[in-house]
Design a protein around this ligand. Structure first.
Ligand code: EPZ
Length: 419
């Protein structure tokens, strides 16, 4: 098991460069099999999710040429093999292969794990979308078989503006006969990045980034070159860390409008920000921060993926803050560990109430999921003394080079393998 150790209460100074977005990358890699030629994707983060998806490509006999920041994917000799559980269970986003294989071959067979720690994470909206396009879905336990005689464009209304369902339906529809309309589509920037990738191949997708996406099916998708957008959640995490213990921290390779809701909340708390075209400068304020209320929402609302990291900052604000989680039913598993570090947080239903400011002292804590792990790193950087974070594998799934990036700005942080 991997463990992160931090000697906290140090000021961080310098600059951190944000990597390519995990939540775009995990859709782009499966989507790449839709081309009839070759896809080159650059600015691909070196995180375990990327490797897990490249392993699935190799299982499907796709040629994968991985270099430092890019991957060249050539599916011209690929085989539509069943994706077994050891491959698909490494990350939930493996479900994008369902839409991509259905879109390319009209058939996908994969074992797909149920929920995960932050919630049940059903995929009913994905499957309803596939059925609307003419596919038949059969599932027994964790095995899904999705197949269609023919895929025909359809009007699909999503009961929930689901990121995954929006992207998966786009992947299945891009080569269908006729036009598909996705209504109440999610608007996250990662969806726009995937739509741009597919259009670079010759697809005809319009409206990505709005709640109505139109996909006109095409017969052929050609060679293309594409770049992953910067990771807005990674950027937000480091900006929060800067507000916690930055002397003068510059976060580079940021698209500020992708994190508008966070930046506005930070300003409401009294955090001074220098926001440039593609960077944000932030530091720990001399004055105490103001408590605020936060409610997570679909984009462009406050991102659920920053709910856990910002809670750490709220423990340092004076007064009572409330954080309400509206997307996931079980995304407060970091709270007991923050309280172990010295915070004063009470959770009732989907709202955490934070009293601050509180002194944080180093302790042994656990990363229960990816963003809870990020919150533990943020807390460990503030806490007096040594903080040990076990199950650090969760953190490495979504933060490329986190140890090096933080060390470079003065953090005393290390990664160990134990047991
Ligand atoms: C994506 O998950 C992200 N993951 C999540 O980030 C993020 O928290 C989430 O979007 C919301 O922004 C990736 O992009 C790989 P959803 P996704 O479908 O697509 C319900 C991280 O930390 N729902 O938008 O799985 C679902 O239960 C991860 O990087 C259904 O009911 O999220 C949830 O309550 C965590 N049926 C809500 O919709 C479905 O078929 C939103 O889920 C699909 C979803």
């Amino acid at each position: 098991m991997k463990v992160i150790e931090i000697e906290g209460a140090r000021k961080l100074k310098g600059s951190i460069r944000v990597s390519g977005a995990k939540n775009a990358t995990v859709a782009l890699i499966p989507a790449a099999i839709l081309t009839d030629e070759e896809a080159t994707i650059c600015n691909v983060p070196e995180i375990t999710d990327t490797e897990a998806l490249c392993d699935i490509l190799k299982l499907l006999k796709v040629q994968v040429n991985r270099s430092t920041e890019s991957v060249i994917i050539n599916p011209s000799e690929m085989v539509n093999t069943e994706i077994t559980e050891p491959f698909s269970k490494k990350l939930r986003a493996s479900y994008y292969f369902m839409g991509a294989l259905l879109g390319k071959y009209k058939k996908a067979v994969m074992y797909f794990p149920g929920g995960c720690s932050i919630g049940a994470r059903p995929i009913d909206l994905h499957l309803k979308g596939f059925e609307a396009l003419g596919a038949k879905v059969t599932s027994e336990k964790n095995k899904y078989i999705v197949e269609a005689e023919e895929l025909k464009g359809a009007n699909i209304y999503l009961d929930i503006a689901s990121v995954g369902a929006t992207i998966n339906i786009m992947l299945a529809a891009v080569r269908a006969k006729g036009t598909t309309i996705i209504d109440n589509a999610a608007k996250e920037p990662e969806i726009v990045n995937v739509a741009t990738f597919l259009n670079n191949m010759g697809a005809k997708i319009s409206g990505a980034g709005t709640s109505t996406i139109k996909i006109e099916g095409v017969d052929y998708l050609h060679k293309c070159f594409h770049e992953v957008i910067p990771d807005r959640i990674e950027a937000g995490t480091y900006i929060i860390i800067g507000a916690l213990c930055g002397e003068e921290l510059q976060i580079d390779n940021v698209i500020p409008e992708h994190i508008d809701s966070l930046l506005l909340k930070l300003k409401e708390m009294g955090v001074e920000l220098d926001i440039g075209m593609d960077y944000v400068k932030v530091k720990k304020q001399e004055h105490t921060l103001q408590a605020v209320n936060i409610k997570t929402a679909v984009y462009p609302g406050f991102p659920t993926d920053l709910q856990q990291p910002i809670t750490v900052l709220l423990t340092q604000a004076s007064g009572k803050s409330k954080v309400t989680e509206t997307i996931w039913e079980n995304r407060f598993m970091h709270i007991p560990y923050l309280n172990k570090l010295g915070s004063d947080i009470d959770v009732k239903n989907q709202t955490a109430t934070i009293m601050g400011p509180t002194e944080l002292k180093g302790e042994e804590v656990v990363a229960t999921d990816l963003r809870a792990g990020a919150a533990m790193v943020a807390a460990g950087l503030v806490a007096e003394g040594k903080t040990t974070i076990t199950n650090a594998e969760h953190i490495l799934r979504g933060y490329e080079g986190i140890i090096e990036k933080l060390r470079l700005v003065g953090a005393k942080i290390s990664l160990k393998e134990i047991g």
